[in-house]
Ligand binder design. Sequence first.
Ligand code: GTP
Ligand code: ZN
Length: 238
Amino acid sequence: MDTRSADLIVGLPGEDGTEPTAIHPTAYTSPGSDWHPLDGNPGDLVAGSPRLNIAQAELAAAALLAALGVPADSEVARRTPARMVAGLAELLTCPPWEFTTFPNREYQHELVLVRDVPFTSMCAHHLLPFSGVAQVGVLPGERIAGLSKLARAVEVFAARMQVQEELGQQIAAYLDQQLQCRGVGVVLVAEHLCMTRRGVRAAGAAAITIATRGQLRDDLAARAEFLQLTTAQIRSAP
Ligand SMILES: Nc1nc2c(ncn2[C@@H]2O[C@H](COP(=O)(O)OP(=O)(O)OP(=O)(O)O)[C@@H](O)[C@H]2O)c(=O)[nH]1
Ligand SMILES: [Zn+2]
C-alpha cells in the first residue's frame, strides 16, 4: 500500500476477524495535504460548533452584499445573509456515519466499482461549487466495504473547500487506510463553475482527475481495466 500513509494506518482487521477500529471520516486528515481551510474536519461545521459562528457569518454576509452594492431592504433580500450562511454551512457539512466492513468470505479478488456517485464540493479558489460524478473502485483484501460507504467517502470529503485533485486524493487515501485493500481508484469528472460560468467561461468543459493506490496504481493490467471501466463514457472533445 501507499507508503506515504504508513504512519496513519488505522482500522486493521483484528487477527481473530473482529471489526477494524474505524476512524470517523470527519476526524480524518489525509496524508500529503498541508492546507485545508477546515483543518481536515468538515464535521466541525455543524450548528453549535465553536468554529461556526452563525451570527458573525451573517453579519459578514450582509457586509459583503452591502459592499457589492446589493440593496438589502427588499422583502426578498432581507433574509439573504442568513440563507447565504445556511447554504454554505450545508455545503461544507456532512452528517456523521461509520465505515462498515464485512469479511471477504468468498474472497472477491476482482474489482468492486461504484459508478456515477454524484457530488458537489466547493472550489477553494473562488468559493464556487464544482460538481460532477465520482467513480470509486476497490480491489478488496481481507474485508469488503459496505457499497454505500464508497459513496459516503465521496460525500464527506466533498464537504470541504479544496481543489479537485485534493478531493480525489483524500478519498483514495481514506479508503486505502480504512480497508487495507489491494488497490483503490477514484476518478472524478466535474464542472467547475469558476471556469464554466465566469473567467474563461468555458461552458461544457469538464475536469477529470485520477487518484490511485496499490495495484490500481502499480499493476498496469489492473489499472487499465479500472480506467477502461471508469472513463469509457467520458465524451471526447468535439
Ligand atoms: N488545478 C485546479 N485548478 C483549479 C481548480 N478549481 C479552480 N482552479 C483554477 O485555479 C486557478 C486560480 O487562478 P487565478 O489566476 O489565481 O484565478 P483567476 O484570476 O480567477 O483566474 P481565471 O479563472 O483564469 O479568471 C484558475 O485557473 C482556476 O481555473 C481545481 O480543482 N484544480
Ligand atoms: Zn474556482
